[in-house]
Design a protein around this ligand. Structure first.
Ligand code: PNS
Length: 161
């Protein structure tokens, strides 16, 4: 059985921090499926098709990665892909509580599935999609924190010239 990990998230939008995590994950797993949550419990800027497109473009030159979307429970999706591992990134202690809760709930719902955490590269510990959008909406220069395509998409979304 191939060593597959599911990397779920909102990816609203995908940042260089996410890309860093995929690279790290590929050192451990044969294949990573990036699973975009269609309706996560938060307000989103981009719809699912836009988020998928930005991931596709950002990872155009990366092999061993599949991009997909899911709705409903994550553990049901993981099972449907015959996988056993959820991959998540940890930046700082502030991430821990939320990640811990989610991992424990997922374990309770499906004990056969394990969550594996990898530490994001130091360069990106400050970066989240939310803080990125916060900077971008006010015209802050976020170049170099996302793929150029994502940068352009954000500029379009916020009507920045
Ligand atoms: O990038 P995010 O927003 O931190 O990702 C959160 C996500 C999408 C992984 C999480 O909300 C999720 O798994 N949603 C699907 C519903 C579910 O199974 N939740 C976890 C158990 S309560």
């Amino acid at each position: 059985m191939a060593n597959i990990a599911i990397y779920p998230g909102s990816f609203d939008p995908i940042t260089n921090g996410h890309l860093d995590l995929v690279e790290r994950g590929l050192k451990i797993f044969d294949h990573i499926i990036i699973a975009v949550a269609k309706n996560p419990a938060k307000k989103l800027l981009f719809d699912v098709e836009e988020r998928l497109e930005m991931i596709r473009v950002s990872l155009a030159h990366t092999t061993r990665v599949t991009i997909d979307s899911f709705s409903g429970l994550l553990v049901d999706y993981v099972r449907s892909r015959n996988a056993r591992v959820i991959l998540r990134g940890l930046r700082a202690v502030t991430d821990f509580e939320y990640e811990f809760q989610m991992a424990m709930m997922n374990r309770r719902l499906e004990p056969a599935i394990e969550t594996v955490f990898l530490m994001t590269g130091l360069r990106w510990v400050f970066l989240s999609s939310s803080i990125l959008k916060e900077a971008a909406v006010h015209g802050g220069n976020i170049q170099g924190m996302v793929h150029e395509f994502v940068y352009q998409k954000l500029r379009e979304k916020f009507n920045l010239t």
